[in-house]
Design a protein around this ligand. Structure first.
Ligand code: DGT
Length: 219
């Protein structure tokens, strides 16, 4: 049955890419489109869950905290995916997919996460995936070199990330590539690749040129 207009799900774009690839800058750029809801990652919630900084604990002791952190990420992400939206366009920073296919896989491959815990998180993911409609019309992949994002991350100097190594970013990059370029996991929508290695000024130009492609007929 055809959905009534009021029930129609918004045209939804996921913004994906490594840590420091410029996802927030991307969202900022699109704030000029008043018919688009911009949904940044709930980083502040991860940094303050009733006074507990889960992001900090994650990097200080990943073996102990990864499971709790990732399940909270999943919860906050699903809220973003299914949350009510009054505008016809929705741009979301990351998704439940990258949590699963990039971060979770990486932590399991690197044996930070016990296989039992990995299966529990996978089962949660499968359950959510089967029982909720996760709208996705386009994925924008901000593709970068790990060395470049490592430099940016150091410059940004987020205290919690002081322990993140170049190797971690290289692994995370490979997982994004395996998912979005090599199709190792389910890709829910077409992927638009943007070279996000450029400096801020040039990248803003790229975003501008890609606006029409990103917003489709909603432009
Ligand atoms: P941007 O704007 O591209 O510079 O984006 P960032 O770096 O502010 O945002 P993002 O999502 O790449 O990461 C923020 C922090 O949260 C970073 O330390 C990685 C961590 N993070 C995000 N999602 C996940 C996840 O699903 N699992 C784990 N373990 N960490 C995550």
């Amino acid at each position: 049955m055809e959905k009534k207009v009021s029930e129609k799900l918004p045209y939804t774009v996921f913004i994906e890419g490594n840590i420091g690839s410029g996802k927030s800058t991307f969202l900022e750029h699109f704030s000029k489109f008043k018919n688009a809801s911009l949904i940044p990652e709930p980083l502040e919630e991860w940094k303050n869950l009733n006074g507990i900084n889960l992001l900090d604990l994650l990097y200080k002791d990943p073996q102990k905290w990864y499971m709790a952190f990732q399940s909270y990420v999943m919860l906050t992400q699903i809220k973003n995916h299914i949350g009510l939206n009054e505008k016809p366009i929705k741009l979301i920073e990351r998704s439940i997919y990258s949590g699963q296919y990039c971060f979770l896989e990486q932590m399991h491959d690197n044996k930070i996460l016990e296989t039992g815990m990995y299966h529990v998180l996978q089962d949660w993911y499968n359950f959510i995936y089967e029982h909720h409609k996760i709208q996705c019309d386009l994925i924008v992949y901000l593709r970068t070199n790990p060395e470049i994002v490592y430099k940016r991350m150091k410059q940004r100097g987020r205290t919690e990330e002081s322990k993140v190594t170049l190797q971690y970013l290289k692994d995370l990059h490979n997982h994004h590539e395996n998912w979005l370029i090599h199709g190792k996991f389910n890709i829910p929508a077409p992927v638009l690749i943007i070279d996000a290695n450029l400096d801020r000024e040039s990248i803003l130009k790229e975003y501008e040129e890609a606006e029409k492609m990103i917003l489709g007929e909603n432009f």
